[in-house]
Design a protein around this ligand. Structure first.
Ligand code: SF4
Ligand code: SF4
Length: 253
C-alpha cells in the first residue's frame, strides 16, 4: 500500500511538478519570529515543497529573435524579458505551482488534515511586496526547499538542485500530515569561489557574496549571498540579464 507521502508526490507530479520533498518542522529552527511553520499552523508536522523547472529553451530566451524583421532594436530585449520570459519562465510556472499547491491542500483537508499553502511569488501585487521589509515572502520557499532535501543555496542566492541547477521555481505547503521526511542533500553542488559565474556575469552588480564566509565545504542550507533586489529589478532589463544568474550556472543538465 502506498504511503500518504507517495500519494501526494504522485498527485503533484501528475499535475506537473518535477520535484517533491518533505521537511519536518524541526528543520526550521532559527526561522524569523512569526515565520516558522508552527506560527502558521500550530499543529504542523511537515512542510511539503514542490518544484517546477524552467524549460531549457525558455531560460535561453536571449538567443531568440536575433534575425527578426518584426521585433527589432532595443524593443527585442524588452519584448524577450518583460513579455516572453516573464510569462513563460515565471508567471506560468508560478501559476501552475499555485494550482498544484491548492490541489494538495484540498486533498489533505478532505482527509481531515489541516494544511495551508502560500503564493510562490508576489506576482502582480508589487505594491504589497514593496511594503514588506526586504521584500521577502512571509514563508521562504528557498529555505523550505533546502530543508526538504531538494537543493542548497548557491552563490546566486537561489536554490541549486542536482538535476536542474538553479533553474527551478518552488512553492510550499505546511501540513499537520505525518509524512516520511526526504533526506537532506549530502552532495555539494555549488562550485563556490572556483566558479563565481553567476556573480561575475550579473549585469547589474546586484549579487554580493556574504563576507566572512567560512563554510566553503559545508552544505549551505541558508543563503551565502545577498541580492540587492532594487538594483536587480531596476536595471536588469537594460542590462539584458533577467535570469542570467540562473542560466550561467553549470550545475544541472
Ligand atoms: S536577474 Fe540579472 S541583475 Fe538580477 S541578480 Fe540575476 S543576473 Fe543579476
Ligand atoms: S554559477 Fe557557479 S558559483 Fe554561481 S551558483 Fe552556480 S555553481 Fe555556484
Amino acid at each position: 500500500m502506498r504511503t500518504l507521502a507517495e500519494e501526494l508526490e504522485t498527485l503533484a507530479k501528475k499535475e506537473g511538478a518535477r520535484l517533491f520533498g518533505v521537511a519536518p518542522v524541526e528543520r526550521f529552527k532559527g526561522a524569523p519570529q512569526g515565520h516558522h511553520p508552527l506560527d502558521f499552523l500550530p499543529e504542523a508536522q511537515n512542510v511539503i515543497v514542490i518544484g517546477i523547472p524552467i524549460p531549457k529553451r525558455i531560460i535561453n530566451y536571449h538567443t531568440l529573435l536575433k534575425d527578426s524583421q518584426i521585433i527589432t532594436g532595443d524593443f527585442r530585449q524588452e519584448y524577450l524579458q518583460r513579455y516572453f520570459y516573464q510569462v513563460t519562465g515565471y508567471d506560468t510556472i508560478n501559476q501552475r505551482l499555485e494550482q498544484i499547491a491548492l490541489l494538495l491542500t484540498l486533498f489533505l483537508e478532505d482527509r481531515g488534515i489541516p494544511t495551508i499553502y502560500f503564493p510562490p511569488t508576489y506576482g502582480p501585487y508589487k505594491d504589497i511586496q514593496d511594503r514588506v521589509p526586504g521584500q521577502v515572502g512571509i514563508f521562504s520557499m528557498r529555505h523550505a526547499a533546502t530543508r526538504a532535501g531538494l537543493g542548497e543555496f548557491g552563490f546566486n542566492n537561489v536554490v541549486v538542485t542536482p538535476k536542474y541547477g538553479p533553474r527551478v521555481r518552488f512553492t510550499a505547503l505546511i501540513t499537520a500530515a505525518e509524512l516520511e521526511p526526504t533526506p537532506l542533500l549530502k552532495e555539494k553542488l555549488c562550485k563556490g569561489r572556483s566558479c563565481m559565474a553567476c556573480v561575475k556575469q550579473c549585469g547589474t552588480g546586484a549579487l554580493k557574496i556574504s563576507e566572512n564566509l567560512t563554510v566553503e565545504e559545508m552544505m549551505w542550507y541558508d543563503p551565502v549571498s545577498r541580492t540587492d533586489i532594487k538594483t536587480c529589478r531596476t536595471n536588469r532589463l537594460q542590462a539584458f540579464c533577467y535570469g542570467k544568474c540562473l542560466r550561467v550556472c553549470p550545475v544541472g543538465t
